[in-house]
Structures are given as C-alpha cells and as structure tokens.
Design a protein around this ligand. Structure first.
Ligand code: AMP
Length: 396
C-alpha cells in the first residue's frame, strides 16, 4: 500500500482528518497540544510539497448541534502556533462559509473546518455529507488513529470518494506499524504485559494475542481472579467471581499455545483501599482475611524484569498495581524501568491503551519506549484483532 511519502501534493487541496480532540481549561485554552503535534508531520509534508490543507476534526462530545464551547475557533490559535501558519477557521463544515474558504484557499495555506460533530450526519456516516466534503478537496489523508474504530463520514466514508487519491498520514502509519510489529512481524521472544482491573475487559485482547506471543505477563487486580481460580487465598482483593472458569480456560489455552504465563508470585497487601493503609508483603496466594493485594511484590518485580530483559518485542497494556496511589505504584514503575532498559538494549516496545500511556508520560518513560500509542479505543480494538473501519476504508 502507498504511503504519504509516495505522493506529491503540489497544487493539491488535501482534506486531512486529524484528531485534535485536545484537553482545555475553563477559559477553553488548550492545556496539552500533544495531539496537534502528533499530526504536524503530515500537515507539513503537504505544505512543503506546495499543497493546501483542509483540516477536519471533532472536539468533545457536543450533544445539541452547535455549542460554542466545542467550537474549533477556541483551539485554532494553538494549531497556528504549532504550525507557524495562520490557520483560517470556517464557521461550518460544508456550509457556504466553509465552501467559500475552501475554494479561495491558496497553496501553502491551512483551513480548519468547524467541529465535525456539530453535524449529526458525521457520526451517522451520511453519504451526502461525505459527498459535500469530498467536493472541497482533491486528496484525502486519514491521520486520526484515535477515531479509526468509528465508522463516521470523516474517518471512513469519505475514503470512498478518493479511490486513487488517499493515504494514511504519518501518525496513523506509525500506529498501525507498531501494532503489526506486536501481532505479526516483531522479533521473538514476544512478551505481552496485560494489567488493569478486570479480566472481563481484557479477555478478547488476551485471546487474540495468544497466537502471537511467547510470554504473557498478567498483573493488576486481574491477578486475583486467576489466583482464586487456582485455589489460592486472596483475602479481600478485587475478584470477578463469575470469571473464575474463564481464568482457568486462559491458563489452559496458554498451555495449548505454548505461551509461558507469568502471574505475580508475591504482592503488597493493604488493610484498606487507601494510600496510608497498613501494608505487608505476602505470597500472592496466601493473603490474610481482610487484606487486599494492591501492588506486586519484590520477587515479582525481579521475575517480570527477567522475562522482559529476555524479550525482543514487548507490548504493555494496563498498570500492574494501583499506581494512582504513591504507595502502590512501585511495581508499575519497576515494570516501566525494565521495559525502558530492554528498549535501550534493542527491543521494540509498544505502550498502549488508556492508563498505561498516561502512566509512562507521568513517570517520564515516554521517551524510553519505542512507541506510545495515541489511541485508546482504537488500540484496544486492534489488539483484539478487530478490523478498524478507518483502516478498512483505506484498503478498499
Ligand atoms: P484498566 O482500566 O482495566 O487498565 O484498569 C486500570 C485500573 O486498575 C487502575 O485504575 C488501577 O488502579 C487498577 N488496579 C491495578 N491493580 C489493582 C489492584 N491490585 N487492585 C485494585 N485495582 C487495581
């Protein structure tokens, strides 16, 4: 498949779907411009070639059509700042103002259409909206990985109108390459670390990655469903009673697929779900009544670090302790350090899915892993083996 570098955008008006769904403060100022910077290379490529850019994004979740606080006019200053170009803003998506500004747009210039979700046809995948958007440009780039799991006009339907004039942007390509490395092309041994709260929310990922990995490390609250299923004593730890059978099935499937399954061996238990609770270290299957496991213990840190240091490809999704509380963040920090170390020694590491991405940023590991995914839901669905509508539309 052709990449963005295979095209020359000279004298082309290029519609780029980006994900500028940025956080804002109470004055609507942008508080984190990561998502804008993430698509900067794709925008620059078009401008450098001598093309014009028409940006399309959503912002927030407007419920009643046009709502001023979700208007992109509030974030345009930040896009201008990042690009060093004065970004024009249309007051609609395909209205007269948008069409006029798109028609008058000169090469080297950037226009941003209004919040796509002001138009309810966007989420409905409406063909007519797609046709009108398509009429404004000569080429379509999808660089919005964060919304690639949605079959909306701007993320999927629009691609049909550009049979020979469409491609992924750099961000989207990097995300897809990273997932592909984990699931298919990465050098073995491949290790996945799946943490977090519930077996039920991770089960589809676990089942899908079993055919790709050599080692599966399980941590977080999920641990206790496995430990209880195997007959251990878990005290007051979080458990999904209705998933005990499922835990045993996963253990069995690991054996069938010759995947080494690593569960914590010891843990930090507390007498309350509270940062200042009393703590002690116990074996993971010997937790006293009324105590609960909130972090992995020192033996487990060593075990996990050894597995990781022997891996060439690493996926990390989900914290392995209650990292929001300082006293139970140690295991997740140690895990981050082990992954950073393995990466330094040549392994490929992908961190993705909600909390773990936030964690690596907060603790300064973001630059020490190979790739931190920008897409929560889209990343999870890819790891579950689902075909993303935004990706499929590009292939058709
Ligand atoms: P998830 O969204 O499924 O990735 O779960 C993330 C959440 O799991 C975080 O908020 C953690 O605090 C929580 N978590 C991790 N380990 C434990 C544990 N041992 N007990 C309770 N919650 C945990």
């Amino acid at each position: 498949m052709k990449t963005i570098d295979d095209f020359d955008f000279k004298n082309k008006k290029v519609l780029i779907r980006v994900d500028f769904n940025v956080p804002q403060d109470e004055h609507l100022k942008v508080t984190d411009d990561t998502r804008i910077r993430a698509s900067e290379p794709s925008i620059r490529k078009v401008l450098k070639d001598g093309g014009a850019v028409i940006l399309m994004t959503h912002l927030g979740r407007p419920k009643n059509g046009v709502e001023d606080k979700f208007s992109l006019k509030h974030i345009a200053y930040k896009v201008s700042e990042v690009l060093g170009v004065d970004v024009k803003v249309a007051n609609g998506i395909v209205n007269e103002d948008a069409q006029k500004k798109a028609a008058e747009l000169k090469y080297g210039e950037v226009l941003m259409l209004e919040n796509l979700r002001f138009n309810k046809e966007e989420a409905a995948g409406d063909y007519e909206l797609a046709r009108r958007l398509a009429a404004m440009g000569d080429f379509y780039i999808n660089d919005a990985f964060g919304t690639a799991h949605r079959k909306h006009v701007s993320t999927a339907v629009l691609a049909e109108f550009f049979p020979n004039a469409k491609c992924f942007g750099y961000l989207m390509s990097h995300e897809l390459d990273a997932i592909n490395t984990i699931l298919k092309t990465g050098k073995h041994p491949v290790t996945a670390i799946i943490g977090g709260a519930k077996v039920s929310s991770k089960i589809t990922i676990i089942e899908n990655i079993l055919q790709a990995v050599d080692n599966l490390i399980i941590g977080g609250a999920m641990t206790y469903t496995f430990v209880k299923a195997k007959g251990g004593k878990i005290g007051n730890s979080l458990v999904e009673e209705d998933k005990l059978e499922l835990a045993l099935e996963i253990i069995e499937k690991c054996k069938q697929n010759q995947v080494n399954l690593y569960l914590p061996v010891d843990n930090v238990v507390a007498n309350d779900f509270n940062n200042d609770a009393k703590t002690q270290i116990t074996a993971v299957d010997e937790i006293p009544e009324a105590w609960m496991g909130l972090d992995v213990g020192p033996e487990t840190n060593k075990l996990f670090a050894t597995v990781i240091s022997n891996s060439n490809t690493i996926l990390w999704n989900g914290p392995i302790g209650v990292f929001e509380m300082e006293n139970f963040a140690e295991g997740t920090k140690k895990l981050g350090e082990a992954i950073a170390e393995a990466t330094k020694n040549g392994a490929f590491s992908l961190v993705g899915g909600g909390d773990s991405a936030a964690f690596v940023k907060q603790y300064g590991f973001a630059d020490k892993v190979s790739y931190v995914s920008t897409g929560g839901g889209a990343m999870l669905e890819s790891l579950e083996g689902k075909e993303l509508p935004g990706v499929k539309a590009m292939m058709d």
